[in-house]
Design a protein. Sequence first.
Length: 217
Amino acid sequence: MTADLFQHIGDLRPSPEAMVEGAVLLRGFVRPVEAELIAALRAIIQQAPFRHMETPGGHRMSVAMTNCGGFGWVTDRSGYRYDALDPCSGKPWPSMPPVFRELAAQAADCAGFAQFAPDACLINRYAPGARMSLHQDRDEIDFSNPIVSVSLGLPAIFLFGGLKRSDKPQRFRLAHGDVVVWGGPSRLFFHGVAPLADGEHGLLGRQRINLTFRKAR
Ligand code: SIN
Ligand code: FE2
């Protein structure tokens, strides 16, 4: 009986909300695995701490980053790329925990992208005031795979534009536990995050953490 009940609670996931063509918002999708996910996240950032990377133009990013998985996204003066090694340690990135991989695959599946098998997870940490300017995710080899983005901690305003940088972005509030999946017609849409408003989150304190899952190779 109890086992059955929990099974059903796990299945009680809200229906996807359409954002733009090819993109959906799954509110609260992380909730059933939240504790496990956060524990796995803490282990990763002990092995590969957050750092502020430098853009090719020489700016230090306000968002601090790290990665897990077979490949990690890095930027420095020589450009953006995926690298199997953490440049800070010279060692491979921490492996992607099963709970990360399964959550991303299930979210992609709910959004209509079956068999998503991410090999890279970029982990972004926003302190109050940190932002991410409009950009496209285009360092991956095959754009038929979606991007799966998980929001934890403080809420943020996600900006979702179009194929041109000048397309006026729509604004979506992303809260703790929300997942956005975009692919197909919106795979290369410009997107970003407005400066994070200050606040205090019950589990994660004064920060927002975002996980973006990609199939890089
Ligand atoms: C990203 O585009 O890599 C991050 C998006 C987010 O933080 O929600
Ligand atoms: Fe992005």
